[in-house]
Each structure stands twice: as C-alpha cells, then as structure tokens.
Design a protein around this ligand. Structure first.
Ligand code: 5GP
Length: 171
C-alpha cells in the first residue's frame, strides 16, 4: 500500500498543543476527564494529555461500528463506561476521526444518560463532507478532505496505527 504524508509530526504536535491550551482556558478551575475512544484515539489522547496543564483524569470506551448494506451504521458497545466514572464530571470524548458522525452522536447520548456535569467532544480529524447525521465536534484539530487516512492511531485492517504521522492511501 502506498501511503503519503497528510499531516506530519511537527504539525500534529503544534496543533495538539493549541487544542490543549484552548481546553485549559475553557475549563479554568475545573477538572476534566479525557475519555478516549479506543483504539484509534490512543495516540491523540496521550499527546493531548501531555500538553494539558490543568487537572485531568483519563478513561476509555470502545465501540464498533458496522456498515449495513443499506448504509445504516449500527454501533455496538465493546468496552462501556461506568456510571461512577461519568456522573458529575466534565467529560471530554476524544476521537480519532469523525466521518458520518454516527459514532460520536451515539457516544454523546450514551454519556449524557450517566448524568455528567458536562460533555464535550474533541476530534483529531474531521471529514465534514461525509456527514450523514447532524453533528459538530467542540474541538477539531484538523478538518480534512474525503480521504482514507491511516497512522497516528488510525488503522487499515489493524495495521499502520504505529506510523508517527497521519497518512493517506494513494490510489
Ligand atoms: P463515524 O461513526 O463518524 O462514521 O465513524 C467514525 C469511525 O470510522 C472512526 O472512529 C474510525 O474508526 C472510522 N473511520 C472513518 N474514516 C476513517 C479513515 O479515513 N481511516 C480510518 N482508519 N478509519 C476511519
């Protein structure tokens, strides 16, 4: 597979630092829980937390999305959150990429049912052109075109997550 660089390590680092500073300003005096959506968001979550200078915790949730033939995606919970990890806390869901928007929309509703103090969404990559449900993330590091991307946590058949940059598959 031919993979070209879309976002290099230096640009990732710079933009993630900006996002961390923005979140810090928005939550001044409050503690936040970065809730990382496995597996794709692991690199982003770790780097975001390393740049975040406020009080924070980390947690993890895992979902799988399957695309049916009639293109209605179904989401299955693989690793759930516990109510005590969410209730009365400022939850920031951290995702690798928003595509159709279904996963994030599902997760926001899921978290809201556990009575958080607040819930916001933070995403590394946003493919806005592909949206099928009405969803906008609160923090977007990079809007991107409709490309299939890998690296920096994102996979193709579980491979390529270890690339230190975000790449795209050259056709
Ligand atoms: P959504 O529910 O927004 O359609 O899909 C989100 C999920 O689809 C992401 O968490 C990711 O797992 C997968 N996805 C969407 N676009 C891409 C892409 O370009 N590359 C990779 N590796 N995964 C993608």
């Amino acid at each position: 597979m031919n993979i070209d660089v879309l976002i290099n390590e230096k640009d990732l680092e710079k933009r993630i630092e900006e996002i961390a500073e923005q979140i810090k300003k928005d939550y001044e005096g409050e503690e936040v829980v970065f809730c990382s959506v496995l597996k794709g968001a692991i690199f982003f979550t770790v780097d975001l937390m390393k740049k975040y200078t406020g009080d924070c915790e980390v947690n993890f949730v895992r979902v799988s999305s399957y695309q049916g033939e009639n293109s209605t995606g179904t989401i299955t919970m693989k690793i759930p959150l516990k109510k005590e990890d969410v209730e009365n806390k400022n939850i920031i869901l951290v995702e690798d990429i928003v595509d159709t928007g279904r996963t994030f929309k599902y997760l926001v509703e899921y978290v809201k049912e556990m009575n958080p103090k607040s819930v916001k969404t933070c995403v590394l990559l946003d493919k806005k052109a592909r949206r099928v449900v009405d969803f906008n993330a609160d923090y977007v590091a990079f809007p991107i075109d409709d490309l299939f991307v890998v690296g920096y946590g994102l996979d193709y058949d579980e491979k390529y997550r270890n690339l230190p940059f975000v790449g795209y598959v050259r056709k």
